[in-house]
Write a protein that binds this ligand. Structure first.
Ligand code: S3P
Length: 441
């Protein structure tokens, strides 16, 4: 089957309600933490995407019992340090940085060497950021310059550590937190702000965790070797997947969309705060809290004019996966938008700062990109008339889906490759586009 789609029609105004699949970060965290609990944990609405299925497969290979039925997933474990596996085990993390980095945290306390591999995109990403703290716990690593494949040789007695996580990476912070579960004693982390789902899970299952929040950093203390009780969890919808539809609606004048039961954890809604500053009409309804996580329905209305932004860097981490989409609003805004200190974007499934600039340039939008920033010269009358072909050789779901949104919002004749990449995070993306009236073939 062809691995591209063609789009040559702007989407017509729509008025719809959508339910988006479960959050990816929460799905992966639930599975990994459940694998450390004593007894049977159950989740509802676990995201059924490749990244999450790879998580379940890795856990199965580590001897954890996993049962999947229609909308329920059960994980049954004997608790901390109960992985049971063959010598020379290889775990495949596929496209998922979250899985590869977080599971390495759980593997600091293992008997035999384990090899982690991933796809071509993941194999280009930096693992030194995880190797450095995990070595302090006592684990050893064999790798070629901190890239996959990586072999981890665990230790029988991991020691608690003190670590300063300065990148604002939730993956690094969470990996350290998971490693800390297996140590005797207290691990101290000073972490630049990033998504805090792992902290929420730990609090919810009443692990000994202390968090002191300061302006730019959180100080986290975790004491290990405590029994973890099973976790039943109903996973709310993913704000990052919802964002493709937030932007499509915002750019489609006279359209209106409601997205139900979305996880609006403050550490994830940088996109909402940025869009509001740019004049996008978006509001929350039915605000609720579920096991510490904030949930709401989102209502978005389309319009025709947007303000440019000098984006406050304090919003970067909470919007880290959504910048490609935010750039589309900047492309249509009046004036020049400026996004700074965003070089972390180049550490994602593909170098996304570069891809952001590339997509905008193909659309005829002027940009000035530096190592760590981008200026986008908005055009309030932006309409595309030419042919655009997008071929990203690294599997990057967000590049593909952003291009689909751009094509349906701005027009032009697009051929967008790597359709299958949506399976990593959002397998139903294209059928949802169709349900709103988006045409492609
Ligand atoms: C994630 C953290 C972010 C994000 C990724 C998911 C997580 O990565 O980009 O898609 O679930 O912890 P970093 O922690 O590397 O910024």
């Amino acid at each position: 089957m062809q691995n591209f789609i063609k789009i040559n029609r702007i989407i017509k105004p729509f008025k719809k309600t959508l339910k988006i699949e479960g959050d990816k970060s929460l799905s992966i965290r639930w599975a990994l933490i459940a694998s450390q609990a004593v007894g049977k944990s159950k989740s509802k609405n676990l995201l059924r995407s490749e990244d999450v299925m790879n998580t379940l497969n890795c856990l199965k290979k580590l001897g954890i019992k996993v049962k999947l039925s229609k909308n329920i997933c059960e994980i049954n474990s004997l608790g901390l340090n109960s992985f049971n596996y063959k010598k020379k085990l290889t775990l495949n993390a596929g496209n998922s940085g979250t899985l590869a980095r977080l599971i390495l945290g759980l593997l600091v306390h293992t008997n035999h060497q384990i090899k982690i591999v991933g796809d071509s995109s993941l194999s280009q990403r930096d693992f030194n950021r995880i190797i450095k703290p995990l070595k302090k716990f006592g684990a050893n690593f064999i790798s070629n310059q901190g890239k996959l494949p990586i072999k981890i040789i665990g230790t029988n007695s991991p020691k608690p550590i003190k670590y300063f996580e300065e990148k604002g990476s939730a993956q690094v912070k969470s990996s350290i937190m998971l490693a800390a579960l297996n140590t005797r004693g207290t691990t101290f982390i000073k972490a630049k702000k990033s998504r805090n789902h792992t902290e929420m899970f730990f609090k919810y299952i009443k692990l000994p965790i202390k968090i002191i929040k300061k302006k730019n950093y959180d100080f986290i203390e975790i004491t290990g070797r405590k029994t973890i009780r099973p976790i039943n969890y109903d996973i709310p919808s993913d704000i990052s997947s919802s964002s493709f539809f937030i932007i499509l609606t915002a750019l489609s004048k006279n359209s209106e969309l409601k997205i139900k039961n979305v996880n609006v954890n403050p550490s994830r809604i940088g996109i909402i705060e940025i869009l509001k500053k740019m004049g996008v009409k978006i509001k929350f309804e039915n605000n609720n809290t579920y096991k510490g996580e904030k949930i709401a329905d989102l209502i978005i209305k389309g319009k025709n004019s947007f303000k440019s932004i000098n984006c406050p860097t304090k919003l970067n981490s909470a919007a880290i996966d959504e910048f490609l989409l935010i750039f589309l609003i900047a492309a249509k805004a009046k004036g020049v938008s400026y996004f700074k200190k965003i070089s972390e974007l180049n550490q994602k499934e593909s170098p996304r700062l570069k891809w952001g600039a590339k997509i905008l340039n193909c659309m005829g939008v002027k940009t000035i990109m530096k190592k760590d920033s981008i200026k986008i010269f908005g055009n309030p009358n932006l309409k595309i008339k030419k042919n655009i072909i997008i071929k990203n050789f690294l599997k990057d779901h967000r590049v593909f889906m952003t291009c689909v949104v751009a094509a349906l919002a701005f027009g032009g004749n697009w051929k967008i490759y790597d359709k299958n990449s949506i399976n990593t995070s959002f397998p139903t993306f294209l059928s949802k586009i169709r349900s709103l009236g988006g045409k492609f073939n």
